[in-house]
Design a protein around this ligand. Structure first.
Ligand SMILES: Cc1ncc(COP(=O)(O)O)c(C=O)c1O
Length: 439
């Protein structure tokens, strides 16, 4: 990592001294303030933000109505705990979420502090509602870093030495068409994977013991792998037949990122339970679990909840964020940003053989760097160099994927087109510079 500026260097040195090394660092940049799609670093340098705080600021950094709502709420009620006293902000937000994401005739919402907490609670709810214990998750999945969430998470490097993990969690392969479905009809590829799941119920765990199957409609940390439509629809059918609850994790893919409020809306599938966080509160720590009322109400008293979930200030931020997203037509912005990024990535792929695959949904776009155009030869080194190159040029970029060889774009969706193009130009210049050096 090359950081030339003095204050940034000092911050990174203090980080080294006072903060555990294990806390991940995707990028060598620093931050003093941010607005829209620009971060001002500790030395006053303007950086274009293609990371969006890891998909948290779809509505941009510090949107004025959200800042105002936080300020106003902080003057009235910062905390009292929803377990202690009922306040309206929680209810306003729950009602808004139910209207945006109905999971059937009657839907209920519990608020949480984070994505991982949403996932933990979704599993507790599914187990109580079904009276079953097993949970099925996927290769390449990322669901967070608390015990159940980390158990469900796939990337081995994220869990080294943290076990023993939670029992009764079973992992099956994600239908990864780039690696395993090349040249195949996507529907036929889906059918193979669905049949494998049916087989799994005989070889590994009986369907009658499975409480839930949890899947990201577009894998985030796993590298923006989009689940094939026929597969997700088939999964819905199998869950219905077997009394298994389908949990869709929308923590990274939700709130306009894919050009719709929910990524699952692209698939004509409605989950039994869904998990949310990230862009819901424009950076304030808030998430939620949404589910069919009959499922949510199957939980025994006090088995879900906590001191902070649905904190009034976070609720105010989330309500203002959702209102603002409606006002600025966030889904149309997601679609527009996605089209621009996809177009540019596809043309880069034609120029640079290092790009093995371009994929994603809406503005959740990525490209995968490989050697010799082989999906099984990831080029994490080139990816790392490209991120450093871009940081030096003034672009904050992050990777993804089990082997860290995927460049993903999670820029704010409010990014102005010239700024977006400028960031994409930097990526292209980096590829140009680095691939010529490498070859
Ligand atoms: C799909 C998904 N689920 C869960 C999480 C965990 O969220 P958090 O970091 O807020 O705990 C993430 C975070 O990246 C995620 O992408």
């Amino acid at each position: 990592m090359t950081v030339t500026a003095e204050k940034s260097r000092e911050l990174l040195a203090r980080r080294n001294q006072f903060v555990p090394n294990a806390i991940g660092i995707f990028n060598p940049s620093t931050a003093l303030s941010a607005k829209g799609s620009i971060i001002i670093d500790a030395d006053g340098r303007e950086m274009i933000d293609f990371a969006g705080g890891i998909g948290v600021v779809n509505a941009g950094h510090c949107p004025p109505p959200v800042v105002e709502a936080i300020q106003r709420q902080a003057e009235t009620l910062i905390h009292c705990s929803f377990n202690v006293a009922t306040y309206e902000r929680y209810l306003q937000l729950a009602e808004k979420l139910v209207n945006l994401f109905p999971h059937g005739d009657h839907t209920k919402v519990m608020l949480t502090n984070s994505g991982a907490e949403s996932v933990e609670n979704a599993i507790k709810i599914a187990r109580q509602a079904t009276g079953r214990s097993a949970v099925i998750c996927y290769g390449g999945a990322f669901h967070g870093r608390t015990l159940m969430a980390m158990t469900l998470t796939s990337k081995v490097g994220y869990k080294a030495g943290c076990g023993p993990f939670a029992p009764e969690v079973y992992r099956i392969p994600f239908p990864d068409s780039y690696r395993y479905g090349s040249g195949m009809d996507p529907d036929a590829f889906s059918d193979i994977h669905l049949r494998e799941l049916e087989h799994f119920f005989h070889t590994t765990v009986s369907a009658s013991q499975v409480a839930a199957i949890i899947i990201e409609p577009v894998q985030g940390e796993g590298g923006f792998n989009v689940v094939p439509k026929k597969y997700l629809q088939g999964l819905r059918k199998i869950c219905d037949q077997q009394g298994i609850l389908l949990i869709l994790d929308e923590v990274q893919s939700g709130f306009g990122r894919t050009g719709k409020w929910a990524a699952y809306q692209h698939f004509d599938v409605v989950p039994d339970i869904s998990t949310w966080a990230k862009s819901m509160g424009s950076g304030m720590p808030i998430g939620c679990v949404i589910g069919k009322a009959s499922i949510m109400d199957a939980c025994k008293p006090s088995t879900i909840g906590g001191t902070y979930p649905g904190n009034p200030v976070c609720c105010a931020a989330a309500i203002a964020t959702l209102d603002y997203m409606e006002d600025i037509h966030i889904n149309a912005l997601g679609e527009k940003v996605g089209n621009i990024v996809r177009g540019r990535f596809l043309s880069m792929q034609k120029k640079y053989t290092a790009i093995g695959d371009v994929r994603g949904l809406g503005a959740m776009m990525a490209f995968e760097l490989v050697k010799h155009q082989d999906p099984f030869q990831p080029d994490a080194d080139l990816c790392k160099k490209l991120i450093s190159y871009c940081a030096e040029q003034g672009l904050i970029l992050i990777n993804a994927g089990l082997q860290g060889n995927i460049i993903r774009v999670l820029s704010p969706l409010v990014i102005e087109e010239p700024l977006l193009q400028k960031g994409l130009d930097m990526i292209e210049a980096g590829l140009d510079f680095l691939t010529k050096q490498v070859v």
